[in-house]
Ligand binder design. Structure first.
Ligand code: PGA
Length: 248
């Protein structure tokens, strides 16, 4: 198998020049698991600051990208602009954008295609609401979100999937290791069926939603959990413990 452990830090709309610089200084000084791939996603205003200050070996991700290379699209940033600036990853399809900004599956898929074609890695987020979980629709919701992307993107080698149950994001209510592992295994099964067995073997599937340094070591032990997308805790020194939780 040998999927490299991956930890992303999603700062969301948090931070200032001072606090982002402090987080970066902490990461630069920290002893990090050499086998972990680490990517941080600050607000777009701080992407270049992060890239300039962050040590080599830690990558920077945008939190969003548009699906056109350039033009009259006020407020948007393209994959080409990110790539040229040394920003090598982007998040796409985070539930906060799906819910608050009403991004649908087709738009998420179109942006994923544009990002991959533009040479970026994509942290593709998916996840169900509490209502959908209680209705027994979790797997159906998540695979429908992913299928929209599979219809447009054939090469999944630069996609990392982040499974983030909406009810666990920012709530302190983490999915149990069994709940997370069950959905991760189902996503891998879906990859095998709808994409390829190679994609099923190689694609990293991250868990996100109230990950802390306390729950990460247990979650990291699950067979189909290949890392984390961390929100709130990525702004704290404990982010370093989460990065190191696979070797803990
Ligand atoms: P959280 O956010 O860790 O603060 O729950 C995770 C995410 O939304 O990516």
């Amino acid at each position: 198998m040998g999927r490299q452990f991956f930890v992303g830090g999603n700062f969301k709309m948090n931070g200032s020049i001072k606090s982002v610089t402090e987080i970066i200084d902490n990461l630069n000084k920290a002893k990090l698991d050499e086998n972990a791939e680490v990517v941080i996603a600050p607000p777009s205003l701080y992407l270049l600051l992060a890239r300039e200050h962050l040590r080599k070996g830690i990558e920077v991700a945008a939190q969003n990208v548009f699906d056109k290379p350039n033009g009259a699209f006020t407020g948007e940033i393209s994959a080409q602009q990110l790539k040229e600036s040394g920003i090598t990853w982007t998040l796409i399809g985070h539930s906060e954008r799906r819910v608050i900004l009403q991004e649908d599956d087709a738009f998420v898929a179109s942006k994923t295609k544009a990002a991959i074609d533009g040479g970026l890695g994509v942290i593709l987020c998916c996840g169900e609401s509490l209502e959908q979980r209680e209705a027994g629709k979790t797997i159906e919701v998540v695979t429908t979100q992913l299928k929209a992307v599979a219809d447009k993107v054939k090469d999944w080698s630069k996609i990392v999937i982040a499974y983030e149950p909406i009810w666990a994001i920012g709530t302190g209510k983490v999915a149990t290791t069994e709940q997370a592992q069950e959905v991760h295994a189902a996503i891998r099964e879906w990859l095998k069926k709808d994409v390829s067995s190679e994609a099923a073997d190689k694609t990293r599937i991250l868990y996100g939603g109230s990950v802390t340094e306390k729950n990460s070591p247990e979650l990291a032990k699950q067979a189909d959990i290949d890392g984390f997308l961390v929100g709130g805790a990525s702004l704290k020194p404990a982010f370093i413990d989460i990065i190191n939780s696979n070797s803990a």
